[in-house]
Design a protein around this ligand. Structure first.
Ligand SMILES: C[S@@+](CC[C@H](N)C(=O)[O-])C[C@H]1O[C@@H](n2cnc3c(N)ncnc32)[C@H](O)[C@@H]1O
Length: 192
């Protein structure tokens, strides 16, 4: 059954999984320039951006989550962080991102894609906010449920939305196993 994201589920998730290892492990697997602009869609408590800030030292780190309480938690956890001034969290959903056109070098969807209400609308929004050579990074803990056929259908959903798959990798560290997809946006695409 789909999770209903409310104040209560946000507090429960943040308390139990808010700093889950996938976030830092996935960030570690990426080549992030110091001046990157990253938008983390469905950012939860904000661990991925806090971790990314160690390498993204001059860029911008923007987390977006539709649950106001989740955004408050992310802001509270970032408040004493050394990169606090560059960490920003906004209320908004994948389907209507509160981000200007063409500003993001990377859009993260770490264990959030399956929670988007309207995947096509969310992917269109990702295309809108990415720079022409920007990248969408999707992470799923445990990979795609349903086996190889479901995994293929998931990739097709991304390519049908105009993304080119640049890298697909399953990463396993201790008890943690997740799959990461990096998709690029062909510069020629007309997203409007
Ligand atoms: C499983 S949590 C993952 C949070 C964080 N990325 C992490 O890995 O710790 C899923 C997140 O997606 C958010 N979410 C739910 N519906 C969403 C939507 N339509 N657009 C963007 N994010 C959404 C939830 O509020 C929640 O913070």
């Amino acid at each position: 059954m789909a999770t209903e994201w409310t104040t209560e589920t946000a507090e429960w998730y943040a308390a139990h999984y808010g700093e889950y290892a996938t976030n830092s492990l996935a960030v570690d697997a990426l080549d992030l320039p110091a001046n990157a602009v990253i938008v983390d869609v469905g950012c939860g408590a904000g661990p991925a951006l806090r971790h990314a800030s160690q390498r993204v030292t001059t860029g911008a780190l923007i987390g977006v989550d539709p649950v106001p309480r989740m955004v408050e938690i992310a802001q509270a956890r970032a408040a004493d962080h050394p990169a606090a001034a560059r960490l920003e969290f906004r209320v908004g959903s994948a389907e209507s991102l509160p981000v200007d056109d063409g500003v993001a070098d990377f859009v993260f969807a770490f264990d959030s894609f399956d929670h988007w209400q309207d995947k096509a609308a969310g992917l269109a929004e990702v295309r809108r906010i990415l720079r022409p050579a920007g990248q969408l990074v999707v992470v799923k803990d445990g990979g795609v449920p349903g086996g190889a056929k479901a995994a293929k259908a998931f990739v097709k959903r991304l390519t049908d939305a105009g993304f080119a798959l640049a890298r697909e990798e399953t990463i396993e560290v201790d008890e943690v196993s997740f799959t990461l997809w990096i998709c690029s946006l062909p510069e020629s695409i007309d997203f409007r």
